[in-house]
Design a protein around this ligand. Structure first.
Ligand code: ZN
Length: 113
């Protein structure tokens, strides 16, 4: 069984999978996405989710009323509940965003100094 080694992007030192510090340059080795990358992608997802929620709860009734002459209440009459729906969609967006960052950086190994 051969052990796959990885090369440090800073000093080209070879190390095994799973190490957290490069022995060559003492940089921090990160496997996959960093917490910051996951958080930033999550925030982006949350904004998208909230935007979708806003369109769904407020844009859709407005469009139905305007183009189909319907009488739908803003937020489907849920009042503050409409904001809760938007918050839930934002939460889903956050999770999806951070998972996509994880997927994007899966198998990656980078050294930070
Ligand atoms: Zn190194």
């Amino acid at each position: 069984m051969s052990v796959q080694t990885y090369t440090c992007g800073h000093c080209h030192f070879q190390f095994n999978r799973g190490v957290t510090t490069c022995q060559g340059c003492l940089g921090t080795v990160v496997w996959g996405a960093t917490p910051k990358e996951k958080h930033e992608a999550g925030l982006f997802g949350a904004i998208v989710g909230a935007g979708v929620g806003g369109v769904l709860m407020f844009g859709l009734p407005a469009a139905l009323n305007k183009y189909l002459s319907m009488d739908v209440a803003m937020g489907f009459g849920l009042g503050l509940g409409a904001l809760a729906v938007i918050a839930v969609l934002a939460g889903i967006g956050y999770v999806k965003g951070s998972l996509s960052a994880e997927k994007q950086h899966r198998g990656e190994c980078r050294t930070f100094r």
